[in-house]
Design a binder for this molecule. Structure first.
Ligand code: SDX
Length: 434
């Protein structure tokens, strides 16, 4: 336990007429916790908290969220200030190292990312093995895990190797994403260029071609960079918890990153951005303004949900949604850039925020509600949206992996359960069975 956690007076728990004293702790932002690490050994009781909504899995110094107040900070810096003033590579450095880089550190980090952006040539053949139409998240999870076969990791990780692994993953996740897109449209691969910085390099690999020039639009570059900043970390979300769990067994870090990608793929997590656009496209195709869809989303018997709305932690506006909405306003105010789906999204938000169903359940737009519109404006295909989320989240996953690896004790994640199955019974030969 770090010295940042202060002890409060113990909590007294009475179980079966016996009192148990449990330590209580407070974090630097006033978050309080009951330390139950000795509960089972003292009382034979475990706690039950499905989805862990009331359970802190670890101490962390990386990101702070206050869901009630709509606060999000990376290493103490408000997300709004970072989105406005910083760039993704600088934010990645901040999350990984705890401090904003000086100019020498930033140049070194950025140069190392560029020099590590080529994936091993032998990996190109893997792309040919995927069937046409494979979802890019399936390709990404597979290819990232296969990096472990090209970059063997020593049992005892030294600092230099650890740093290079982090650089490889943050840089090459982008190359793999762009290559999987090029393969999916049957175009030749475009290699990373040492002349281009992180986002420009990615967009160039995605959209340039030996026979077609690709002009980088600075507003699009800025919008994608901001998208990546906003997705870079979010404390113990589903995919980051998956990274910490896989990492706690000391698994190969490329496989651990692949575990994060796989968890992110789900439509209730990172897959929501793709679902939002498909929802908006459906409403547009139906010619509606969203009113009918909202009624379906409220109907318990309907499978529809208002994708991009609601959050396990934010019971107020997701600050990232506010930043993205402003970015959409700016992008779509540009001459010649308009999108009817943006108008539908704003209408849905306007209706939902006045509707008691959403108000009473504290359902507000989350990061995914507007993010897909930015990617659409950049020409990113819908099935690549969660891939972009994974590119953004990679520094956050790795920052948590490193924080866990360097914690006082790397404890393997192994929750308990409450058994509700069959009581003891004995084997019956097949002739004796009904
Ligand atoms: C991300 O954790 C993170 O930090 C994640 C993330 C990150 O950066 O890593 O922020 C990224 O995953 C954002 C969330 C993206 N997912 C979606 O937009 C999918 C749509 N949202 C829902 O599936 C839902 O809101 C969740 C999964 C996000 C949160 O679910 P909760 O907190 O477990 O809420 P719940 O499922 O218990 O729902 C509470 C009530 C229910 O109604 P009642 O049973 O009380 O009548 O709210 C309803 C739900 O039916 N509800 C919705 C709804 N979300 C919840 N009803 C309609 N539309 C919705 N979107």
């Amino acid at each position: 336990m770090t010295d940042k956690l202060k002890q409060l007076s113990p909590a007294i728990l009475t179980l079966d007429d016996k009192n148990y004293s449990l330590p209580t702790l407070i974090g630097i932002e006033g978050e309080k916790a009951i330390d139950i690490s000795k509960l089972r050994s003292q009382s034979s009781y475990v706690t039950l908290d499905e989805g862990y909504g009331n359970t802190a899995s670890c101490e962390s110094a990386i990101t702070y969220i206050d869901g009630e107040k709509g606060i999000l900070r990376y290493r103490g810096y408000p997300i709004e200030e970072l989105a406005e003033n910083s760039r993704f590579v600088e934010v990645a450095y901040l999350l990984l190292n705890g401090e904003l880089p000086n100019s020498r550190q930033l140049l070194e980090f950025s140069t190392n990312l560029n020099e590590s952006s080529i994936i091993p040539e032998d990996m190109h053949h893997f792309f040919n093995g995927f069937p046409r139409g494979s979802h890019p998240m399936g390709i990404l999870a597979t290819m990232v895990a296969s990096l472990s076969t090209f970059y063997p990791i020593p049992d005892r990780l030294d600092t230099v190797t650890e740093q290079q692994i982090v650089i490889n993953l943050i840089s090459q996740v982008r190359t793999i994403a762009a290559f999987s897109y090029k393969k999916s449209i049957g175009e030749p691969l475009v290699y990373p260029s040492y002349k281009l910085k992180y986002v420009r390099n990615f967009l160039n690999m995605m959209f340039s071609s030996p026979v077609r020039d690709y002009q980088l639009d600075e507003d699009i570059v800025r919008a994608i960079d901001m998208f990546l900043i906003l997705h870079a970390d979010h404390e113990q979300n589903c995919s980051t918890s998956s990274v910490r769990t896989a990492g706690s067994s000391m698994a190969n870090v490329y496989a651990v990153a692949s575990a994060g990608i796989s968890a992110l793929w789900g439509p209730r997590h990172g897959g929501a951005n793709q679902q939002v656009i498909q929802m908006l496209e459906q409403i547009h195709a139906d010619g509606g303004d969203g009113t009918e869809f909202i009624n379906q989303a409220k109907d318990k018997n309907s499978p529809s949900r208002l994708m991009g709305f609601g959050h396990r932690v934010y019971k107020n506006f997701d600050p990232r949604a506010m930043v993205l909405k402003k970015q959409c306003d700016k992008l779509f105010a540009k001459a010649g850039v308009s999108d009817p789906l943006f108008d539908i999204a704003r209408k849905l938000e306007e209706i939902a925020l006045k509707d008691d169903y959403f108000i009473s359940r504290k359902l507000y737009p989350n990061v995914d509600f507007y993010s897909g519109l930015i990617l659409r404006a950049a020409g990113i295909p819908t099935n690549m949206y969660t891939v972009l989320f994974a590119i953004g989240r990679m520094p956050g996953w790795l920052a948590h992996w490193r924080e866990m690896l360097h914690s006082e004790q790397v404890i393997i994640t192994r929750p308990r359960q409450i058994y509700v199955g069959e009581p003891l019974r004995h084997y019956q030969n097949i002739e004796q069975r009904p």
